[in-house]
Design a protein around this ligand. Structure first.
Ligand code: AMP
Length: 541
C-alpha cells in the first residue's frame, strides 16, 4: 500500500520562492570589488532569477544545457544559479584560480553553451574565448556601463539580458532528479571529473545543512560564506540560507583578513565558513590589530584539516564556536561535522578539543564506513585506519560522462580516496589522502596528524609532511615547515616539541625550512608539488 501524501518535487526554485514569500525582506548583501556594499533581498533575488530564466528560454536554453559561471560570491551569481536551474538547465561553476588551459578543458568537457562572468575576469575570458568550443554567448555579470570592451564575442551585460523580461515568469516543473549543477573536482590525480548535482540532492543537502548538529542555521543568523560558490557547491549555503531565511553576506573577491573582519563587524555576521588558509590570514589580522569578533558565534572550518591551535584561538580568545567539517565535491559536499554530542559536551576543555580536532560525525543522509584494501569493513575503534567510503542521497553515483568509474562499487559506496578512523561515538578522523599516507616498515603514518601538531609550535606558520625513500623502512616522514615572520626555531626545537605527543616511530627523520608551501586552487596543500620538489631528497645518514 502506498502512502497518501502529496508528490511535491524537491526543486531548487521552491527554496527561493519560500525565501521570497516568508523571508522576503531578509537581506542579501554583496561586497563589491571596491569594498562598498550593495543590498538586495530574497524577494528581489527571486524576481530577478525569474527574469533570467525567461531570458535564457528566449535564447533557446533549456533542459540539461550547461551554463558556466566564472564568478565570486555575489547576488548576481546567486540569481544566476536559481535562474539557470529554473529552466532545467545546469549551472556549471568554473574555478578562476585554475590555469586558463584547465578552465578551457573543463568548459569543453562540460559542453557549456554560455558563460556568465564577473568583469574582473574579462581579460581571462577574452583570452580563452576562441578555445571554448561550445560556448555560444557570454554574459558579463554587470550593467551596460561596466561592460568590458575587449573583444569578447556575443557579449551582453546581465542587466540588459534580464531587463526586458517579466518577473512573473512561471518556473518550469520537472522531475526532482533533473540535473541542476555541475562542479569539477580539483583533479590532483589525473583530469578533473564532473560531479552533477540534482534538484533533489541539493534540496536534501540544504535540509541536512540546516539541522542543529550540522550548520545549525536559523532565520536569526547572518551567514557569510567565504567558501566560494565555485568550490564544492558553496557547502550548500546558497540553498540552506534562503531555506531558513538567514541573511546572506556575499564577500565578492575581497577575502583578505581586513575586508572579512570589517564585513563581520559591519553586517553583524553570526556564522561563516571557509578553508583553514583563509582563517590563518584573518586570525593574523586580528592579532596584529587587536580587533575582536563580537557578533560572530560560529565558524565552519573544512576543506583541509583545521589545526588544533586554530580551533583553540577561535574558541578561547574570540569566543567563537568552531565546527570542524569534512566533505568533498562528490558529497555536495557535506560529509561530517564536529558538533559535540551529549556526554562529550560535558567533558573538560582539553578533552572536548580532542573531539573538535576530529573531522566530526555524519548527519542523517550520510552513511560512512572504513574498509581495508579487500573492501572488508574495519572496526569502529578510533584506532584502525582504512579507506573511507560513503553513500547517501547527496553523494555522487557516477561522474559526468561516466569518467572514473572505479570510485563507485556495486552496493553504491563511493570511495572517497581519504583514509581515516571511526570511533565508537561516530566521530571520524581523517589521517590522510590515500595517496599521501606514509608507509613505514609496513605500517601507516598519518601525515595530517604530524602537521596538525607541528603547527601548534609557536614559531611555525604552516607545515606539511611527505614520505621520502628510506633503505630500511621504505618511507620515512620529512617535515617541511614555514616559520612565522620574525620567528626562529631549529630542527631540534621542533622535534623536541613533537616528542611525547606522537609515537616515537612517527617522529620525522628530518625538518626542512622553506619560504612558502604551495596551495591548490581550492586552498589545499599541494603534496604532489612538494613530492616533486623533494624527489631527489636523501635523508641524512
Ligand atoms: P574538495 O572536493 O575540493 O572539497 O576536496 C575534498 C577533499 O578535501 C577531501 O577528500 C579531503 O581529502 C580534504 N578535506 C576536506 N575537509 C577536510 C578536513 N576537515 N580535514 C582534512 N581533509 C579534508
Amino acid at each position: 500500500m502506498l502512502g497518501l501524501m502529496q508528490d511535491w518535487p524537491l526543486l531548487l526554485h521552491k527554496i527561493i520562492d519560500h525565501a521570497a514569500i516568508f523571508h522576503g525582506d531578509r537581506e542579501v548583501v554583496t561586497q563589491t570589488p571596491e569594498g562598498t556594499v550593495e543590498r538586495s533581498n530574497y524577494r528581489r533575488i527571486d524576481s530577478r532569477a525569474r527574469k533570467l530564466s525567461e531570458a535564457l528560454l528566449a535564447r533557446g536554453i533549456g533542459m540539461g544545457d550547461r551554463i558556466a559561471t566564472l564568478a565570486w560570491n555575489t547576488a548576481r551569481h546567486l540569481e544566476s544559479w536559481y535562474g539557470i536551474a529554473g529552466v532545467g538547465a545546469v549551472y556549471h561553476t568554473l574555478n578562476p584560480r585554475l590555469f586558463p588551459d584547465q578552465i578551457v578543458w573543463i568548459a569543453n568537457h562540460a559542453g557549456d553553451r554560455a558563460l556568465f562572468f564577473d568583469v574582473a575576469f574579462a581579460e581571462l575570458v577574452a583570452r580563452i574565448a576562441p578555445q571554448l568550443e561550445t560556448v555560444e554567448f557570454f554574459v558579463a555579470l554587470s550593467d551596460r556601463e561596466h561592460l568590458p570592451d575587449i573583444g569578447i564575442p556575443n557579449l551582453v551585460a546581465y542587466e540588459d539580458f534580464i531587463a526586458p523580461m517579466s518577473d512573473s515568469f512561471a518556473w518550469r516543473e520537472f522531475d526532482e532528479h533533473t540535473a541542476c549543477g555541475l562542479c569539477y573536482t580539483s583533479g590532483t590525480t589525473g583530469k578533473p571529473k564532473g560531479v552533477l548535482y540534482s534538484h533533489r540532492s541539493n534540496t536534501l543537502l540544504a535540509m541536512m545543512a540546516c539541522a542543529t548538529d550540522t550548520l545549525g542555521l536559523s532565520s536569526r543568523d547572518t551567514m557569510l560564506p567565504v567558501v566560494p560558490m565555485f568550490h564544492a557547491n558553496a557547502w550548500g549555503i546558497a540553498f540552506a540560507a534562503p531555506m531558513t531565511g538567514a541573511k546572506l553576506v556575499l564577500p565578492g573577491p575581497r577575502l583578505d583578513g581586513a575586508s572579512l573582519c570589517r564585513l563581520f563587524a559591519d553586517e553583524k555576521v553570526t556564522m561563516t565558513a571557509a578553508v583553514p588558509t583563509v582563517w590563518l590570514a584573518a586570525l593574523n589580522y586580528l592579532e596584529e590589530t587587536g580587533k575582536t569578533l563580537p557578533a560572530l558565534k560560529k565558524v565552519l572550518i573544512g576543506g583541509a584539516a583545521a589545526p588544533r591551535a586554530m580551533i583553540e584561538i577561535f574558541e578561547k580568545k574570540y569566543g567563537v564556536e568552531v565546527v570542524h567539517s569534512w566533505g568533498m565535491t562528490e558529497m555536495s559536499p557535506l560529509g561530517s561535522l564536529g558538533t559535540l554530542k551529549a556526554g562529550i559536551a560535558d567533558l573538560s576543555w582539553e578533552k572536548k578539543l580532542d573531539y573538535k580536532v576530529k573531522q566530526g560525525h555524519p548527519p542523517f543522509g550520510v552513511e560512512m564506513k572504513i574498509t581495508d584494501a579487500e573492501n572488508r569493513e574495519l572496526p569502529r575503534d578510533g584506532k584502525t585506519f582504512g579507506r573511507l567510503k560513503v553513500r547517501g542521497p547527496a553523494v555522487a553515483k557516477s561522474y559526468f560522462r561516466g569518467d572514473g568509474p572505479g570510485a563507485f562499487d556495486a552496493e553504491g559506496w563511493f570511495d572517497t580516496g581519504d583514509v581515516g578512523t571511526l570511533d565508537r561515538d561516530g566521530y571520524m578522523t581523517i589521517t590522510d589522502r590515500a595517496k599521501d599516507v606514509i608507509k613505514s616498515g609496513g605500517e601507516w603514518i598519518s601525515s595530517i596528524e604530524i602537521e596538525n601538531l607541528a603547527v601548534c609550535h609557536p614559531a611555525i606558520a604552516e607545515a606539511a609532511v611527505i614520505g621520502v625513500p628510506h633503505p630500511k623502512w621504505d618511507e620515512r616522514p620529512l617535515l617541511i615547515v614555514v616559520l612565522k615572520p620574525g620567528q626562529t626555531a631549529t630542527k631540534g626545537d621542533i622535534l623536541a616539541f613533537l616528542s611525547g605527543k606522537i609515537a616515537t616511530w612517527w617522529i620525522p627523520d628530518e625538518v626542512v625550512f622553506i619560504d612558502a608551501i604551495p596551495h591548490s586552487a581550492t586552498g589545499k596543500v599541494q603534496k604532489v608539488a612538494l613530492r616533486e620538489r623533494f624527489a631527489g631528497y636523501r635523508l641524512p645518514g
